[in-house]
Ligand binder design. Sequence first.
Ligand code: ZN
Ligand code: ZN
Length: 174
Amino acid sequence: MNELYCRNCDKWKPLNAMKKEKRNRSGYMNMCNQCHYAKYKKNLRIRIDNSRKKADEYGVMNVLLKAEFAEVKAKKRCIYCGNEISGFNSTVDHVTPMKLGGPNARANVVQACRSCNSSKNHKPVYQFYLESETFTDELYAAFLDEFSQRNIGTPEQLDEVLRQQYEAEVGAGA
Ligand SMILES: [Zn+2]
Ligand SMILES: [Zn+2]
């Protein structure tokens, strides 16, 4: 028994052509590598297209490249709660929401789990930090370190910018 069945392309394939999955008893998914990769690419394209559509809707800078999006999405840990992420649970979050004028650009995106991404939603990241129990002080400090490397300034300066952004939004009654 050296072959497994791919439900997606409806073919029997040798084991080395099947997608590995530790959690399944067989050690493989019901899908071959080729189908899995095609699905991944399609899913990625849909998500990139959505981010570009939103950026146009909000009228913000729209320069995030496909490779940059894929690189962020491939990261294995949520930058906010620190949980491991993969597949459907792995999302790309705009640190300054596009609704608040944040660009759809490499300098403004991080990897986040679906849960953090949806609770953060259109809030300034500093507000999310204040409200979230899982986004701890340690994780916020690590976020400032990582995120400031892609922006101008030190983690301290970035913290200041993010606090001001939060106060401006709250002051505006957001
Ligand atoms: Zn297949
Ligand atoms: Zn998270």
